[in-house]
Design a protein. Sequence first.
Length: 471
Amino acid sequence: MKFTTNLWGSTLNLSKVFINHFNKGLLAIVILLYFTSCNDVESIGDTLQDSDLLLKASFTDTITIETSVVYLDSIVTNNALLVGTENDEKFGRTTTESFFKLLIPTEVNSTFIETFIESGNEAVFDSAKLVLSYSVISGDETLDQTIEAYSINEFIVDTIYYYQSNTIVDVNNELLGSVTINPELDTLDRMSMRMDALGEMLFSNRTAAAMQDQDSFEEEILKGLKLQVSDTEADMHTLSFALDNSQTYSNFSFKLYYSLPGDTTSKVQSFYIGRSFYHADVDFTNTDYLAGLQFGDEINTAETGNEAYVQSGVGLTTKIKFPYLDDFAKQNPNLAINKVELSFDPVELSPLVHGTPPSAMRFFALDEDGNFDPNRLLLREGLTLTPVSSSAVSDDLILSLTYNARAGTYPVMDITTYIQSILNGSLENNGLMFNPFNSSRSIARSIIGDSNYETDPIVLRIFYTKENGSE
């Protein structure tokens, strides 16, 4: 009986809950129908607002945005190793090659001195190989691609920045090693290139004084190495060589194997990867709109089929300007900005055709001449508006939008303070530039529709409050 009573009481309670939720749901539906019956965003809520109120909330997304594609020569490529070649009908052919130096173990490493340098004439060279962990950053990873190694006759300088246009031209013609990689079939994601000739040369110089001093080593024995693809005309994939997740240098070094009398297994001496940089060569010859583009050139997107281009690592990006903000302010005196949003996403087929877009997007504030300045990074909303160098602030203070691969979108960009400062005259209206270059190990591409693009164009939305009844 107690169970029946409690069940009946529970049923009554459930009925009350259902009725309450039904009434609330019905009210929500009525409100929703009311609001969605009006297509004019600005008019939403007007009839609920007393006409005698002094302030009125307004909204506009018709501010003109000017966009242009720019080709920069200022993208730093230090401490990165990219190798590959790809052909894209919109972005052209991108070929990357890399240069790096080998580091000798420090002279205080007694094992290096005792077992390698002082091994004596009885030591015998066995073999050598270059081992580098890698990841595929773009292209068709099911294809075989051959990578070659050569020695260089120019120094890699530790104290300067290398850019994507920098390269080393004095390269020895003698092939030191090659290996064919098919990333799909490689379960280790590790390149192992046999390089016996280089290993034997290093081994024969092991007792030289230069083997114990890095500067002397580069001057007298080996200045560095170059990695390149054997076929630069193919459409393959691009690899980024870097330490794997285990962070073990044994999978990111040049390994020299030798043995002493009585050894049953070879000893190994590792030379580690030192300063490196990559050179990106881009050929726009066969593209739809970018043919003939040179460093420093700028093309309005009205001439590119309303397509704006960005590509990490090679210097291809897009400027955005808001030329009529002053007119907007004059037409709306005494307004207060509530929020300003800039929204943009890759055009519908861009990820499918051109690969995953840049993983993160940052922005440069252009200088007084409308030019790119790498030290004018835009900071997150609510922080000081003064653009700064990335070396002066931590990453979490820089405005950065992370690409959502599942949704195919970037988050909406909040630039309220930036636009408010332009409207009140405290900041010049010079415009912004997309910055997809914060990742130094990527050539990711993306097409973004300008404001005249048919679907999902770039849009600036300004939410503001002004005096009720003012024009």
